[in-house]
Ligand binder design. Structure first.
Ligand SMILES: NC(=O)c1ccc[n+]([C@@H]2O[C@H](COP(=O)([O-])OP(=O)(O)OC[C@H]3O[C@@H](n4cnc5c(N)ncnc54)[C@H](OP(=O)(O)O)[C@@H]3O)[C@@H](O)[C@H]2O)c1
Length: 289
């Protein structure tokens, strides 16, 4: 398979992605006559697909699960955030030269500040999960001068390896198991709780599960769930019961996409248009779910 549009997204599967909806809305809003399409690329075909991005007609693509690491050997250059994350979610084609970026951490921080109203510098955070998204979140929080971190994960060794990123930045980081008796106290002393597990995700491993109980959530915390499908997750429901502020994963999704748009087209993305399109798409899916 090769790319046949100027822009797009690759994944496997890809049918669930709402990126084509809000990216196309942005292109249309600015009267840019380009198409953004979803491409379901088999893992065996990633190299040849990435090779097709060097064509003059191509501006770039987004990359999602499971190709974020697999595309890296086929690129000419990798920017600092992507190299640190060990994952690429955006590729730009500049006259046949392919550069890989990672806008997930940027999108996470922008959503945290602009939609969640929380400045992380000096704060205490509890990160639930230690997979690909948790790595990006931890790196972003370290860059934003978070004060202290606890990383809680089902597989403790993965939390421990993520916590090791904090040492060189002089930040205190603990790794604990999830669930464990330490998780509740860690949550109760946190200013920010971020769910980076797939618990609560529609069609995920446990879509009705919340990683924390209401009595473990302080009303002063911001509870930020990266899961965006459904928009109201079990954790966000529990956090509302506890009186905490909440933030779902849609704004991060839109902000990381807006950052990709700005890299490809070198002009400001119409973020409001993208957000409205993303929310409308999610509401439509949820009403038909
Ligand atoms: N809003 C956004 O823009 C955005 C961006 C990226 C990801 N996300 C969402 O974030 C979630 C995680 O994505 P990811 O890429 O980090 O996935 P991942 O790399 O597969 O990591 C999954 C994490 O969830 C944990 N987990 C899975 N099943 C579990 C269970 N039954 N009980 C407890 N823990 C469990 C895993 O623990 P183990 O290490 O023990 O396996 C791991 O920490 C997904 O729902 C994804 O849609 C949202």
């Amino acid at each position: 398979m090769t790319i046949s549009t100027a822009l797009g997204i690759i994944g496997y599967p890809i049918g669930h992605s709402i990126s084509p909806i809000f990216q196309q809305a942005a292109l249309d809003n600015l009267d840019i006559g380009a198409q953004y399409r979803a491409y379901e690329v088999d893992p065996a075909d990633v190299g040849s697909f990435v090779g097709s991005l060097r064509a003059d007609s191509v501006s770039g693509i987004n990359v999602t699960v499971p190709h974020k690491e697999a595309v890296m050997p086929f690129l000419d250059e990798i920017d600092e955030w992507a190299a640190e994350a060990g994952a690429v979610n955006t590729i730009v084609n500049r006259s046949g030269h392919l550069t890989g970026y990672n806008t997930d951490g940027y999108g996470f921080l922008r959503a945290l500040r602009e939609s969640g109203g929380l400045e992380p510098a000096g704060k205490t955070a509890l990160i639930l999960g230690a997979g690909g998204s948790a790595r990006g979140v931890v790196q972003a929080l370290l860059r934003a001068d978070i004060g202290a971190l606890t990383i809680a994960n089902r597989t403790l060794a993965r939390a421990q390896s993520l916590a090791e990123l904090a040492g060189p930045r002089g930040v205190e980081a603990n790794a604990i198991s999830l669930p464990s008796p330490e998780a509740g106290p860690a949550a109760l002393s946190a200013d920010l709780i971020v769910n980076c597990t797939s618990l609560g995700m529609r069609h995920g491993p446990d879509e009705d599960a919340s990683p924390l109980r209401p009595e473990e959530i302080p009303p002063t915390a911001l509870v930020y769930d990266l899961v965006y499908n459904p928009m109201q997750t079990p954790l966000l429901r529990v956090a509302e019961l506890a009186g905490a502020n909440t933030l779902g994963g849609i704004s991060m999704l839109v902000y990381q996409g807006a950052a990709s748009f700005e890299i490809w087209l070198e002009r400001p993305a119409p973020v409001g248009v993208m957000m409205d399109a993303a929310l409308a798409a999610m509401r439509q899916r949820e009403s038909g779910a």
